[in-house]
Every structure is written in C-alpha cells, then in structure tokens.
Write a protein of this length. Sequence first.
Length: 284
Amino acid sequence: MFDGTVIDALSLYRDIIDKKNVENDRIVNFVSTSINKIKSDTNTWLDNVLNYKVSMHVGNTSLINSFILSIALGIKINLSYENLIKLGISSFLHDSGMERLPDVLSIKNDSTLGEATKKQIVNHPIISFKIIKNELRLATDVAGAVLSHHEQWDGSGYPHHLSGNNINIYSRIISITDSFDSMISYRSYKSKIIGYKAIKQLLENSSTQFDPSLISEFIHMLGVFPIGSYVAMKDNRIGKVIDINSENLLRPKVLVSNINGLDEIIDLSIDKDNYILKAITGEE
Ligand SMILES: [Fe+2]
C-alpha cells in the first residue's frame, strides 16, 4: 500500500513540475486517498516515515515524509476533511519551487551549502507559491501556506518575517514536519540523526522557530521515542516503538523479537520494572 502511494506521489509530482496539464481533481483525489489510508492505520504510516528505505526515492523523502506527518498531525488536531485536503496539498507541494531553481541539480549536490546556493534557495517558497496560484490555480490559502512554510514563530523566518498566529496554520504544521524529516534524513550537506534527537531539537526550538502548541501535539502524536524508532531497554532487549502511551510519553509500547523468534509487545506503562535506557539506530 505504501509503495503504491509513493509511486503515485512521484509521478504526480513530476507531472506538476514538468507542467503536464495536471487536473486539480487528480491532485485532490491523490491527497484524499492518502488521508483515508493514513487515518485507517496511522501508526504504520508513522513507522514508515522513520523506516521506509527505497533507493528510488532518495532525495524525495521530504516529499513523502513531510506529507504523511502533516496529514497525521492535521488528523490529531481534528482539522475538518476540507482543511485536511488543503493541508495535504500544501505539504505535498511546499518545496515544488526547489525543482524550478536555475541550478537545481548542483544545489541538491552542494555539500557545502555556500552563500550563492543559500541565496537561490530562499526564493523557493515564492516559486512554489507561483506554481500553485498561477499554474494549478488552487485555493488562495493553499498558495499562502506554501509561501509561508519557512516563516518562524518568532518572526525570524522568510520571506515576510511573519510571526505567531499570523503565520498560516498549514505553514506552521509543515514547518515542523519538514524540519523533523530533514533532521532524520541524509542530505548531501549533512548526516542524519535518530528520531529521539530530532524530537529533542524540535522541543529546543519550540516558541522560537515553531508554534509551541503544535510542537506539543506533534510529540503527543509521535512520542518522545518516535513511533518506528529503536530503543535499548533495561532488561537488555532491543525493541521497536509501535505506539505511544499518552499518559507517559517515556513509556511507549515496544515490539521485541525474542530468541524463539516470536514477537512480543511490551507495554512499558504496565511493565513498571522495565524502562527505556536509550534510543539507538536501527543498525545497532
Ligand atoms: Fe522549503
């Protein structure tokens, strides 16, 4: 199911970038189908964000991951279906302007992210805005959301230095999900970090870069040890986080494989003798 969504996403995205007369219905149908899938099995989709590794979409993880996380967060905060569609389209296309930058290929491979590259990159929200407004003629608030996705809560973002609730709510969501994805993904100019550390960094930047109430919702959705991440426990076993415990985010449900090959679910909110020692990478 996930593979199919990724393939549909990439072909739709490519057609939009290549100006292939994409009907709005195709975009809405794709987003609406994705919302239904994510709603029906949210934790599996969140797990995919941290663990889905297919070489064909390296370089497009932000497209997929930020899209899934944004919709999941929209569901968590009870956005209406109509607003979920708008949020989904905004998150799907927020970086489309990057693909139209004059030196897009060299920018993607620029390991230093020098000044000239940065100057080009700051234009991408405006180009994304134009794609949505002038080419796709989608709703004004969708175009506005894309335009503002690099604004920051304290007004230090770009392009218009908006702050607080003056920033479109979809943009505030995308800002969080895009940053989280960027931290957990490899880029040519940086290595990746594990989900637990990414959550920590989001918290450190709550109220400066990000909307604090949305950060709180995001962490109550994904957990301190995010769903899909690997943890070492006090009883020396290693497991994968499969669900949060909203009463105690440090005590999620963890799936472990025992020596006999049978999977076991440990609910750390019940098994009080056991606890998580540390978050680890999936390779450890
Ligand atoms: Fe961006």
